[in-house]
Design a protein around this ligand. Structure first.
Ligand code: TXA
Ligand code: MG
Length: 338
């Protein structure tokens, strides 16, 4: 199959592919998604096949507005408060659904479903033009970093999907915050993202919990996707201690002198090592900018390096999502620790 690269003028053509049961990758503010008609069982099955994704890992249903969710679920007060505050945006909300309203291949056999309204006009237009709602896992091969450009999607899925809607690099760069609303008294973040625990708590006026399985990776977590080894480049990713400067990176480069090392760090660090391959996380230490470039950097450095030394941030606020992904990519490996 030839994979077409479309721009925003190609939305109608992309919608025709969706209506015909084909797969189209769509842009969002977080990462590129792999879209299919959520109500077409054969199309949803193709998504798992194209990604090589385990079939017990449920999908997010992407909608163009709150009203589209009513077909599948009762909209709880928590859902309405949070969507008013954060939709369209990088917040995925899990609700109990009407039995049978979505197929088992969408929900992974759970009695709940994840819903999200992405903040991207091209994709909102695609959903409307398709006349349906779209499943949309990240458009990467399972186990690879999520794609933040159309080129990343092409690299992983060319020949396997009908089209990619190219709207340039994504702004946030990490997948949405996933919040479980299925126990209204105990709202729980299953995956940290750009919308933080404290922002959610402020809007809800009560505590928001973090799934402890986010920390204890060995147990079966609530979000089925969290149990798989994600974001795993072939290179060894090594986390530098928080606040590391050029002198710390120089020491680590010495320690790995016999390896092909790449640096994933801000410009202030990279300019100190002009002869070492590097990928910029931004002009200076900033978790928002670092989040935007993390996956692109892992993909690029992984092509040529055996070891990637990566900048880190405090595991809080926006740094929590970056550190969650980086800890997985590095399998928890800090410089100086075994
Ligand atoms: O930013 C994003 O969320 C991107 C863009 C494309 O929207 N999508 C994305 O989808 O990251 P995916 O499939 O790669 O990740 C969805 C996560 C998985 O960890 C999955 O297990 C979890 O959400 N999930 C989905 N439905 C669930 C449910 N009903 N209960 C618990 N976890 C669920
Ligand atoms: Mg994914």
């Amino acid at each position: 199959m030839k994979t077409e690269i479309l721009t925003k003028d190609g939305v109608e053509q992309a919608a025709q592919f969706i209506r015909a049961g084909e797969l189209v990758s769509f842009p969002t503010e977080t990462v590129y998604g792999l879209g299919a008609d959520a109500k077409n069982e054969a199309a949803v099955k193709k998504v798992y096949l194209a990604k090589g994704r385990p079939s017990d890992n449920p999908l997010i249903v992407h909608v163009a507005g709150v009203e589209q969710v009513r077909e599948f679920a009762d909209l709880s007060p928590e859902f309405l408060t949070l969507t008013t505050a954060f939709w369209p945006g990088p917040l995925t909300l899990i609700l109990p659904i009407f039995p049978g309203s979505l197929s088992k291949s969408v929900t992974g056999g759970l009695t709940t479903c994840a819903f999200r309204m992405p903040d991207n006009q091209v994709t909102l237009s695609l959903i409307q033009a398709s006349g349906t709602v779209l499943v949309g896992p990240s458009a990467n091969t399972s186990g690879k970093p999520s794609p933040t450009t159309a080129q990343h999607v092409y690299h992983d899925l060319a020949g396997k999907i009908a089209a990619i809607l190219d709207d340039g690099p994504t702004a946030i760069g990490l997948e949405s915050t996933v919040l479980d609303l299925s126990e209204p008294a105990h709202l729980t973040i299953l995956r940290p993202g750009a919308i933080t625990q404290s922002e959610l708590a402020e809007v809800m006026g009560r505590p928001i919990y973090l799934d402890r399985h986010l920390v204890k990776e060995s147990e079966t977590p609530k979000a089925p996707g969290m149990k798989y080894k994600h974001y795993s480049p072939n290179a060894d990713v090594v986390m530098m201690p928080v606040g590391s400067g050029p002198a710390d990176f120089a020491e680590a480069l010495q320690a790995y002198a016999d390896k092909n090392v790449g640096l994933l760090a801000d410009d202030k660090i990279l300019t100190a090592f002009p002869a070492t391959p590097g990928f910029s996380l931004g002009a200076e230490k900033n978790p928002v900018s670092a989040s935007r470039y993390l996956f692109a950097g892992l993909r690029e450095l992984d092509e040529t390096c055996d070891v990637i030394l990566a900048e880190t941030f405090a595991d809080e606020k926006v740094g929590a999502a970056y550190m969650n992904r980086l800890k997985k990519a590095s399998a928890g490996h800090w410089y100086g620790e075994k």
